[in-house]
Design a protein around this ligand. Structure first.
Ligand SMILES: [Zn+2]
Length: 87
């Protein structure tokens, strides 16, 4: 048996569970910090930046990702020393 993940879209989700699983982002790198600017998602000032240099709280980005499955607007840092390439 393998534990490979299947595409979420192929899994029928019951309407009783509106909350999608939230994937936590790793934004610890220094490049994710800058001067405070209004979060593009909630409007509250934040020092965090996405990879696209969009001001956004990590939590806001995580929730946005959960609400927009398949989108890659906010991505997590690659794991230390690992590769993100999935053949
Ligand atoms: Zn925010």
């Amino acid at each position: 048996m393998t534990s490979r993940r299947r595409h979420l879209r192929t899994v029928p989700t019951p309407p009783e569970q509106p909350v999608a699983p939230v994937q936590l982002l790793n934004w610890r790198h220094w490049s994710h910090f800058d001067r405070p600017a209004p979060c593009v998602l909630c409007g509250t000032p934040t020092s965090l930046r996405s990879h696209a240099q969009e001001p956004a709280h990590k939590v806001c980005a995580e929730l946005w990702n959960a609400a927009h499955p398949g989108e890659t607007r906010f991505v997590s840092d690659p794991p230390k020393g690992g590769t993100t390439d999935h053949a």
